[in-house]
Design a protein around this ligand. Structure first.
Ligand code: VY7
Length: 175
């Protein structure tokens, strides 16, 4: 099983504002669809509610929604009571698609991160999780600098893998 977190962020890790995504970046929407299609998407209840009606459930994917509300149901969605429960329900190819609180709760289980960085100061009220030193960038598209969107925004796609635990270094050994 591979668990991947996927998000798009502006400067300062802003991922959302007022229950939505405060930009329009079609190149990112296309990449999101291409990567997640055929897999299972796990999202929080607010992210589910934020999806435009015609994209709910996200087509060609199993949609798993995390909520503590045992009464909750959504057409085309499966409910899980926790992130752990969602991961147990999911198949081999799991995509955690947000939002902020679900990313933070899922970070410990993640094998990969697919992060779209947007080179813009955009106000928001939801933030990406911290990406600590246990993560390393394994790919960047473009390899250096930024791509220019048809919208005029500058962006890049970064792929991260969890760093393999390091062997003890020489100065830690032999003591
Ligand atoms: C954005 C949309 C926004 C507005 C209109 C349509 C990364 C994204 C997410 C989540 C982008 C969105 C869409 C585009 C994708 C379509 C459904 C309609 C599909 C994320 N990097 N980017 N996201 N959609 N978690 N991570 O929701 O989407 O996938 O079928």
């Amino acid at each position: 099983m591979t668990i991947t977190l996927i998000w798009a962020q502006a400067h300062g890790g802003v991922i959302g504002a007022d229950g939505g995504i405060p930009w329009h970046l079609p190149e990112d929407s296309r990449r999101f669809r291409a990567l997640t299609s055929g897999g299972d998407v796990v999202m929080g209840r607010k992210t589910w509610e934020s999806l435009p009606g015609r994209f709910r459930p996200l087509p060609q994917r199993r949609n798993i929604v995390v909520t503590r509300d045992p009464e909750w149901s959504g057409m085309g969605a499966e409910r899980a009571e926790s992130i752990e429960g969602a991961i147990e329900l999911a198949g081999d190819d799991v995509w955690i698609i947000g939002g902020g609180s679900v990313y933070r709760g899922a970070m410990a289980y993640a094998d990969r991160l697919e992060v779209t960085q947007i080179d813009a100061d955009i106000d928001g009220d939801a933030r990406a999780p911290e990406v600590g030193p246990e993560w390393r960038v394994t790919a960047s598209e473009p390899p250096t600098g930024w791509a220019a969107s048809e919208t005029g925004l500058r962006y890049r796609f970064l792929s991260y893998r969890r760093r393999t635990p390091e062997a003890p270094s020489a100065h830690q050994r032999d003591r």
